[in-house]
Design a protein around this ligand. Structure first.
Ligand SMILES: CC(C)(COP(=O)(O)OP(=O)(O)OC[C@H]1O[C@@H](n2cnc3c(N)ncnc32)[C@H](O)[C@@H]1OP(=O)(O)O)[C@@H](O)C(=O)NCCC(=O)NCCS
Length: 224
């Protein structure tokens, strides 16, 4: 009889969780080709577990309950490798793929249907106080290992390339890559000048040219 009730309780919890977090489960099914079923996602996706735990921690955080929200966040980090500060505001449909190493700071704001790959950081620069973490728009993808630092805004539908370090606002519908991050695509059009590695001025060459001019100038002076 007891086993039957435990089994029933598990089923009720699974059904309720999949109803409450249907946006996140749908997001995982749509954005991860490896995801096969809702049950698999509920059971095996650390990104979803981290979002569920964050919703609970954020609930307590908003009610100024001390210690418990941070404790929940740290326990979740231990099991999932994902650290979301309970103060972070997160929209619906967040999909954290793989998860390990993801950090979301206290004053971060994340819009709807955002994807974060492993190692993505929404952090502070260490120089600001108050609102010191990024605001991420809707439908943004943050590539693996990308760092978005400071109180900056990433516009809707932006794509942050893997390992980019973003320190300035990113307009909507643009792709940013590199360290520091620069825009390579906006509104579907490639921005060539920024990725033109052939015509980039070489600082060594520039110094050599300036030295040659000075040598010529001195030679002319000596000859006079
Ligand atoms: C940025 C990204 C979205 C590609 O965007 P895109 O607009 O299709 O870019 P392209 O592939 O046309 O490349 C445009 C230029 O950016 C460069 N580039 C692409 N991704 C880059 C990155 N992450 N860092 C630095 N440069 C990058 C390309 O080499 C290319 O340079 P070139 O014009 O000199 O040849 C993709 O490369 C990326 O980083 N995705 C992240 C996905 C991820 O994290 N997956 C993890 C799965 S586990």
């Amino acid at each position: 009889m007891t086993i039957f009730f435990i089994f029933l309780l598990i089923i009720v919890i699974v059904v309720l969780t999949s109803m409450v977090f249907s946006d996140e489960i749908k997001a995982t099914l749509e954005r991860d080709p490896a995801a096969k079923s809702k049950f698999e996602i509920l059971l095996l996706y650390p990104g979803l577990h981290a979002v569920i735990a964050h919703r609970i921690a954020h609930f307590f955080w908003k009610r100024n309950i001390p210690i418990l929200p941070r404790w929940l966040s740290q326990v979740t980090r231990f099991f999932t490798g994902i650290e979301i500060h309970p103060g972070a505001r997160i929209g619906k449909g967040l999909f954290i793929d793989h998860g390990m190493g993801v950090v979301v700071g206290e004053t971060s704001i994340i819009g709807d249907n955002v994807t974060l790959f492993q190692g993505a950081t929404l952090g502070g620069t260490g120089k600001e106080t108050g609102k010191r973490h990024p605001t991420i728009g809707n439908q943004v993808v943050v590539g693996a290992g990308a760092k978005i630092l400071g109180n900056i805004t990433v516009g809707d539908h932006a794509y942050i390339g893997a390992n980019a370090v973003v320190l300035r606002d990113v307009p909507a519908n643009s792709t940013v890559v590199g360290v520091p991050g620069h825009i390579t695509k906006q509104d579907g059009k490639k921005i060539d000048s920024l990725m033109d590695h052939v015509h980039v001025s070489d600082p060594m060459m520039q110094n050599m040219k300036e030295l040659l001019i000075r040598i010529k100038h001195l030679e002319d002076k000596i000859q006079k």
